[in-house]
Design a protein around this ligand. Sequence first.
Ligand code: 5GP
Ligand code: ZN
Length: 112
Amino acid sequence: MDCLFCAIINGEIPSKKVYEDDSCYAFLDINPQAPVHCLVVPKTHIASADEIDEQNAQAVAAIFTAIPKIADQLGLQNGYRVVSNIGEDGCQSVKHLHFHILGGKKLSENMA
Ligand code: 5GP
Ligand code: ZN
């Protein structure tokens, strides 16, 4: 399968690793939209949050267990935002489930 984030997880494409465990991988976004912008992905390919089901939900639980550790490591003690874009209207550009962690400043109140 031709998937950019699977290639990053496999090390075929370099990335700036922030965190890794058995089920998830976190790395800095190549085009940061905040002073701190990190992406967290499951190591198994899931196309988007719209594909989460009873069979793969554990991978998502693992990501949300890792997020507080990642945020702490990134110095986001004052708060942050977690975002997942889904599909065409959600402006999802990479079709491998990912959660953006954004912070390092007071973020906009406007989310849409
Ligand atoms: P989406 O628009 O799908 O929610 O988010 C995809 C994100 O992946 C974007 O923020 C984009 O900057 C980031 N991205 C795209 N290609 C690469 C890459 O090759 N390396 C890294 N680190 N981030 C990427
Ligand atoms: Zn993938």
